[in-house]
Design a protein. Structure first.
Length: 426
């Protein structure tokens, strides 16, 4: 039976006609069957997006080699790059490993390299951001968003205004002009330096990946603080807070944050990091064992009043927080801002008063130091418990690893509790 006969049989609707057709096609047209199977596979097999295509080119020694072309922002780049291998798996590894560098070089030659990179550096979905965070630590969501906004609303508009497209065009004089532009917009020296710090993180990544050979930030001078811009944090009158933590607050989180900062003097970052398992007991007295801080001297034991401990214990239990999980791990700048304003409302003071006196959440540390100093705790001990730099003799004196140091720590902790009982809680 011929292929034509088989087709006629199928059209006639006789039994087993499909089997006849399959037999004839397989015997007379094997290459056609193979081609049809290949086409069917192409259209029915789900494809996994790789972001690149591999093509073969003739090669004298290897017979052929693979070249890679990349997809970038929805379109395929016209350039091809040799993978120097005819092994498919090795070519795929080359394509993945060199993607970022090759695309950056291409964009650098064709414009837009810098703006594209900086616009995505703080994007949580960006491979660049994820790579940087895995190596140097994941920033808080608040800090990531702040970095993204700095790039979007400060640095990138400046680059566009200066018509800068390539990394090599960003030199020390260019960054100096960026500083001047920020100052001209009314920003203070501290704010300008914070913005440049966020931008510098991206340049450190570029250096690490070999995408630039000189980091201009290494020779950039920070903007010096002006005397009229330096404003110390104010704090409340000592008598004003007496009994405030014995009352019920509507905002329980703000209550807890204020209670901790005004009784332990911990920094904002320390409050956000400590967990219930960090609370230790030495000779019947509780301490918060701070193993991480912004400075080396910040690693210390902080006396924890028993009333405050009970509040923390109840807070953790009510919210179902695991002992090893930071109690206030979700605390952000907004949380601390809301907390000190809630305290202002509880004390019946206005926002204008807070602004005039420069009272913020951090003022709790100043209040604690003033309270302890006025009640004779002793300057060296204050500095030791606050995590400031102290003399070697003081550090050795209160070394909690020996019995004598533990005894002194406990004695001073009891003094702190006595002051808190008489001046804050009662």
């Amino acid at each position: 039976m011929t292929l034509q006969t088989a087709l006629s049989t199928v059209s006639g609707g006789q039994e087993n006609s499909i089997l006849y057709l399959r037999s004839i096609v397989a015997n007379e047209c094997p290459m056609t069957v193979k081609a049809l199977r290949f086409i069917d596979h192409e259209y029915t097999t789900p494809r996994r997006y790789k972001g690149y295509n591999l093509t073969k080119r003739e090669h004298k020694k290897l017979g052929f080699v693979y070249y890679v072309r990349y997809w970038h922002e929805g379109s395929m780049l016209p350039s091809k790059w040799c993978t120097h291998t005819n092994d498919y798996e090795q070519a795929c590894k080359f394509a993945v490993r060199n993607r970022e560098t090759l695309i950056s070089r291409y964009l650098g030659k064709n414009g837009g390299e810098a703006i594209r990179f900086f616009s995505k550096f703080y994007d949580a979905r960006s491979p660049v951001f994820q790579s940087e965070s895995r190596r140097n630590g994941w920033p808080s969501e608040e800090r990531r968003i702040r970095g993204q906004r700095i790039m979007e609303y400060k640095f990138i508009p400046f680059l566009k205004e200066q018509k800068i497209n390539r990394f090599e065009e960003i030199t020390v004089p260019v960054l100096d002009d960026f500083q001047d532009a920020l100052l001209a917009n009314g920003l203070k020296a501290k704010s300008v330096n914070e913005i440049l710090t966020a931008v510098n993180k991206a340049f450190r990544y570029l250096m690490r990946k070999g995408m630039i050979h000189i980091n201009p930030f290494q020779n950039l001078t920070p903007v010096p603080d002006k005397p009229d811009e330096k404003k110390t944090h104010g704090c409340y009158e000592l008598s004003l807070l007496k009994g405030i933590f014995n009352k019920r607050w509507k905002d329980h989180v703000s209550y807890m944050l204020n209670l901790i900062v005004y009784t332990t003097n911990m920094r904002n970052s320390e409050i956000a990091l400590f967990s219930k398992k960090d609370i230790v007991t030495i000779q019947g007295i509780r301490f918060i064992d701070l193993k991480k801080s912004k400075t080396e001297n910040g690693v210390r034991l902080v006396p924890l009043h028993e009333n405050v401990y009970r509040k923390i214990r109840d807070y953790v239990k009510t919210r179902g927080i695991d002992e090893s999980t930071p109690i206030f791990g979700d605390a952000s700048w907004h949380s601390f801002t809301k907390a000190y304003r809630s305290l202002g409302k509880a004390l019946k003071v206005s926002d204008d008063f807070l602004k005039e006196k420069n009272i913020t959440f951090y003022s709790g540390r100043h209040f604690w130091k003033t309270l302890m100093s006025d009640n004779g705790l002793g300057e060296n001990v204050e500095e030791f418990f606050m995590g400031h730099k102290v003399s070697g003799n003081v550090a050795k004196l209160y070394n909690h690893h020996d019995a004598k140091g533990q005894k002194l720590l406990v004695e001073k902790a009891r003094e702190i509790f006595r002051i808190l009982d008489s001046k804050l809680f009662t």
